[in-house]
Design a protein around this ligand. Structure first.
Ligand SMILES: [Zn+2]
Length: 443
């Protein structure tokens, strides 16, 4: 039967859907409908006949867009600032004073530049925890990126932040007005962490998340001693145990970092289906530790990859996170089979989408959105390919992020031949540069 829906047909040398079977399709086709969803994925030979589809021939590999499950992307404005300071001095002397001065405009341009960077290198979705979320959402709407915004409540000394009650009110209202269930901008909710948000508010945020079926995003066990005070108040119980006892894990929870976990903590996360945003680059840069990725996966915990903010990474490169995730997991286990290349790719795509509770992205398959990346396999990093698995290993261990040539979000092309076409990157760079100099002067 010939369909009448007008759409596109992408023909590629390789299609890597990143599905559960790890299939690689040679001489593949992906049909995308006018509504931005995928209609067909398979070999070009078996594709349904449809003369109305506009064919696009891509020399290389087509795969799903990458999913960055934990970031504070507007911090492009603070990238590299205070380099080399110990964590608490870095926060107290450099980051917090500047964040206190950040305006709506700063967040807008910081997020705009971040969107341009992520899209350019194939990251089509990010999960954001930041403030001034109206500006953040406006930037994402304009850039064409996909975003799960999780506005956070946090106890911090910035006057404009308001009391925790006011913050809670604001983040709930933001979700109710900006959440688009099947749109590019979706909204969760966040409490920064158990050590920066008092328990009654952790409970309330969890109730809101449960009532509205929104993702609840928290920093959990990032550094070795951050939870000491919380644990002491609860007879030595670990932070995950305290959160479970408070009822926080009754919501759909995404735990960012999750570095310092005991066996019992990992079992607890698995039992409550808490997902983890694994941030190996940031954890290494801040000297926080190496998360127990292999053990989390063995326990059945859903894990995605995150860059964390560009002030502590210092980029938004999920290819690097894939590589670090496998390398550090193998180093930690002294075992080269600990986390495979295919698994790393899944963490950055399908599993990341699952960690965010977004079942309509992360895999190239009919019904999901056409968030896609075209990778140029003519790059020397892709030679040789003797077996199909070589291609996956090259993607994870050898490919430079510049091998990304074209990117689509919900079928709309946002990067063409290595250039982000939805953002005026020169203007964004200039605006972020100006803002950074102003904030460094303390005005
Ligand atoms: Zn973070």
């Amino acid at each position: 039967m010939v369909t009448t829906i007008t759409g596109a047909r992408y023909l590629a040398e390789f299609v890597l859907p990143c599905d559960e079977d790890g299939v690689l399709i040679r001489d593949g086709a992906v049909d995308v409908d006018a509504d931005g969803r995928i209609r067909y994925v398979g070999t070009a030979d078996a594709a349904p006949e449809d003369a109305s589809r506009v064919p696009h021939r891509l020399p290389g590999l087509l795969m799903p867009g990458l999913v960055n499950t934990h970031c504070h992307s507007p911090m492009t404005v603070l990238r590299g600032q205070g380099e080399g300071l110990p964590l608490l001095r870095w926060l107290a002397e450099v980051i917090w004073p500047r964040e206190a001065l950040m305006t709506e405009d700063d967040v807008f341009w910081g997020m705009t530049l971040a969107s341009a960077e992520m899209l350019r290198y194939g990251v089509t979705t990010s999960c954001e925890m930041y403030f001034r979320n109206e500006a953040l959402a406006a930037a994402v709407q304009a850039s064409g990126a996909r975003c799960l915004i999780t506005p956070a409540i946090v106890q911090a000394p910035w006057p404009w932040l308001g009391s925790l009650d006011e913050q809670l009110d604001r983040v709930v209202r933001f979700g109710d007005t900006h959440h688009e269930p099947a749109g590019r901008v979706r909204v969760g909710i966040a409490a920064h962490s158990a050590y920066t948000v008092p328990e009654p508010y952790l409970r309330q945020v969890a109730e809101v998340a449960q009532d509205r079926d929104r993702l609840l995003h928290l920093h959990v066990a990032e550094t070795e001693h951050e939870g000491a005070e919380v644990s002491a108040r609860h007879g030595g119980a670990s932070v995950p145990r305290v959160l479970a006892d408070l009822g926080v894990f009754r919501a759909r929870v995404l735990a960012a970092h999750a570095v310092w976990l005991s066996d019992a903590d990992i079992a607890l996360l698995a039992e409550h289906e808490v997902a983890v945003a694994h941030c190996p680059g940031s954890n290494a840069k801040l000297g926080s530790g190496v998360a127990r990725l292999g053990d989390l996966l063995a326990a059945g915990v859903t894990v995605g990859l995150g860059t964390d903010g560009p002030a502590s990474n210092n980029d938004l490169d999920l290819w690097e996170e894939m590589r670090l995730a496998t390398l550090l997991a193998r180093l930690r286990a002294h075992d080269p089979t600990a986390v495979g290349a295919r698994r790393a790719l899944e963490l950055a795509t399908r599993c990341g989408a699952a960690a965010l509770g977004l079942p309509d992205i992360g895999v190239l398959e009919p019904g999901r959105f056409a968030d896609m990346v075209h990778v140029d396999v003519a790059d020397p990093a892709f030679v040789p390919v003797v077996e199909d698995a070589d291609l996956v290993a090259h993607l994870v261990f050898a490919a430079p992020r510049t091998a990304v040539r074209d990117v689509w979000v919900a079928g709309r092309q946002v990067v063409a031949d290595g250039v982000c076409v939805t953002v005026d990157t020169d203007e964004a760079r200039a605006r972020v540069q100006q803002a950074a100099v102003r904030l460094a002067r303390g005005v």
